[in-house]
Write a new protein. Structure first.
Length: 213
């Protein structure tokens, strides 16, 4: 099962991708996580990505494509994968097609814009272990401190108002168009993402299982 999950920033696609990967025993590939991992390690890729992401921009296609190509070439992807944060535009779709990894289903999480902004502005990350929290949905036990390591919780630069607006506009202008492409291919599944996490997950699994038959 080779999947793609779509949804704007804070639609919950990372959370759902992890749950789907665990359920079907497939690999979760998040381009955002790969970039953030490189940023925290201070690699050359991380330095380039940090400068771009903190301004609310997307990492250029040639860099992102190469990262995805290298990851999909690894043996553990042969049993299936779920792509999270990729592809974001037609150039990336065309590149993915050339890798000859047939996409089984494309999941689209639909969440109203005002709900997305509320979710994003309440996101926090541990400055030490990088664990993610949300002051509405996934609250820390102690205010401002990580449950895992008691590191300080901070707001990511790309979660600040100006960057949020820019990234949501980029999503509207570029990524949403890809939904039409996958709709025409007959592989798109639309899911109401404005529900509790477990209900969204249940709807996704139900749709994926019924579409197998």
């Amino acid at each position: 099962m080779n999947l793609i999950i779509f949804g704007p920033q804070a639609s919950g696609k990372g959370t759902q991708a992890e749950k789907i990967a665990s359920n079907y025993q497939i690999i979760h590939i998040s381009t955002g996580d790969i970039f953030r991992n490189n940023i925290s390690k201070g690699t050359e890729l991380g330095r380039i990505a940090k400068e771009i992401i903190n301004k609310g921009n997307l990492v250029p296609d040639d860099i992102t494509n190469k990262i995805v190509e290298n990851r999909l070439a690894q043996k553990d992807c042969d049993k299936g994968f779920i792509l999270d944060g990729y592809p974001r535009n037609y150039h990336q779709v065309e590149f993915l097609d050339k890798l000859h990894r047939k996409i089984t289903r494309v999941i689209n999480l639909d969440v109203p814009r005002e709900e997305l902004i509320k979710r994003i502005s309440n996101r926090r990350v541990c400055s030490d272990c990088k664990a993610n929290y949300n002051l509405i949905y996934i609250k820390p036990k102690k205010q401002g401190l990580c449950d895992e390591c008691e590191g300080t919780l901070v707001q990511r630069d790309d979660d600040k108002p100006k960057a949020i607006e820019k990234r949501l506009n980029i999503y509207d202008n570029q990524t949403k168009q890809l939904l039409d492409f996958y709709q025409k291919k007959g592989v798109l599944i639309n899911i109401n993402g404005d529900q509790p996490i477990e209900k969204v997950f249940k709807d996704i699994i139900s749709s994926l299982n019924s579409s197998k038959h």
